[in-house]
Design a protein around this ligand. Sequence first.
Ligand code: NAP
Length: 272
Amino acid sequence: MLSLESLTNNCLMSIMPGASSQKPLQHKVAIVTGSSYGIGLAIARRLARDGAHVLLSSRNLENVEKAVQMLKAEGLSVSGTQCHVGKKEDRDKLVATALEQYGKIDILICNAAVNPFVGPIFETTEEMWKKVFHVNVISTFFLIKLVVPHIQKQGSGSIIICSSFIGYIPHPYVGPYSITKTALLGLTNVLAQSLRFMNIRVNGLAIGLINTSFSKVIRNTPVLQSKLIPLGVYRFGEPEECAGIASFLCSEDASYINGENIAVTGGIRGRL
Ligand code: NAP
């Protein structure tokens, strides 16, 4: 039976005092989903710059290979594999590849997501709802479930779930997508409570409007654009502006931060 004292000692042992000369994620192994471009790629690059070995992945192997080549040319320790997060066999392969290549997993960044429809909510179909919930929410949970026993073997670790400010202020024009992001805010909280006794922290990013291919649809939809200024949007953020906070949350500097969804929005209100 675990006592509070032994749990505290375990946690403190995993925090390395005097490690300031090391990179914050030195020797850690990280998996990042949806990391061939956009925010996932920026997070993968930052984790690797901060010392981690990073396994990149996405649906399209060519995209992954291009990203891996680019980061390797920057001298970073990265590799890549194909993983459509909605496919169980791909998730299994992702985890197996990380273990084969690096022998362990310390960090998982759940970044991949889809938004199959923009428009009035009553024009959405059952298929769209199934797809967006399957990829964004259900697959995120089942990938985490697959990875947790491996992080547990390390004695500590960190999971980040990429949600959105729109999870707090859902919009009917991106109805099903925004509701999946609300679900991810809740998932972060539930998993943090479930895994804290394993010394595994689960935090989320409530991401604002970031300059990627994903947000093109907002830039190109006047009805959505007209909503932005009243929300307080004064500029789009850059993917790199999400990457540092992800790395920080995985580092020992964040060792007592758990179950938080951090708004990375440039000031758009990110709370229910
Ligand atoms: P993005 O530029 O479209 O990049 C998406 C990445 O995910 C790509 O690497 C893509 O690569 C991959 N991907 C797409 N579907 C996938 C799937 N089913 N399985 C695995 N990989 C998949 O998007 P982003 O803007 O970086 O968004 C990243 C995350 O931030 C998402 O969770 C999104 O909801 C969230 N977010 C973004 C914004 C924004 O303004 N950009 C705002 C709020 C939240 P392939 O095409 O090679 O598969």
